[in-house]
Design a protein around this ligand. Structure first.
Ligand SMILES: [Zn+2]
Length: 224
């Protein structure tokens, strides 16, 4: 592994100074806040004290979670809805929160090796990364046993990931179906609570990460 400096903007935690991703959820931020309930007209779910800020431009309702990174312990595999969403939408590095790596092959995403390296059209909840953080992730992240660097020239906002609610006949109770994907524009939008933004990777190229790390070391770019 080439020796790549830890970006200054990176939050670290614990005696081992583990880097904590920008998009990671912290225990001090608590779980999902106010629960949704069925609208009075029975046509979907809402917050009783909902404001326009609770929905995105496609009318999808988003989970409310406190935004206080650094409080408590980092929960590495879990992503914070607001920070994950911002990183995906603004193409920020999910690890340091600065701009993700972009070159003529597109934006850099780290993917799990899927056997045949066909990533075109993949729908992902994992925001892109910058090159120094890609090197860190390869070094630290236990979930990435064989990460593949994939660049996408057109990462397209596809939809959301979260919980689909269905009404229980003749009651105000809701059934929750967790870990669902919902494309933007779907008719179930009114019954969905989003917790992550999903991007579809189009015009993909698999890249040689080691070569990119080595090139970065030869001509280090200042972190901004
Ligand atoms: Zn980064």
């Amino acid at each position: 592994m080439p020796d790549i400096a830890v970006p200054e903007a990176l939050t670290t935690w614990g005696p081992r100074q583990l880097p904590v991703p920008y998009a990671a959820h912290w225990s001090g931020e608590g779980g999902y806040g106010r629960r949704v309930s069925m609208r009075l007209d029975g046509a979907g779910v809402w917050y009783l004290d909902e404001t326009p800020a609770d929905r995105d431009a496609f009318g999808v309702l988003w989970a409310r979670v406190q935004n206080t990174p650094g409080q408590g312990r980092p929960d590495f595999p879990a992503m914070h809805p607001a920070r994950q969403r911002r990183a995906q939408a603004e193409r920020l590095c999910q690890v340091c929160g600065a701009s993700a790596s972009h070159n003529r092959d597109g934006w850099l995403f780290l993917m799990k090796h899927d056997g045949d390296d066909r990533y075109e059209g993949t729908k992902t909840t994992k925001p892109p990364v910058c090159l120094p953080c890609a090197a860190l992730a390869v070094e630290y992240c236990p979930h990435l046993t064989k990460p593949v660097g994939v660049r996408s020239r057109r990462p397209k906002l596809w939809g959301v990931f979260g919980t689909l609610f269905t009404p229980t006949p003749n009651t105000a109770r809701l059934q929750a179906h967790v870990d669902q994907y919902l494309p933007y524009g779907h008719r179930a939008t009114d019954w969905f609570l989003a917790s992550q933004l999903v991007v579809e990777l189009k015009r993909c190229t698999v890249v040689d990460l080691d070569a990119e790390f080595t090139a970065l070391n030869r001509s280090p770019e200042p972190f901004t």
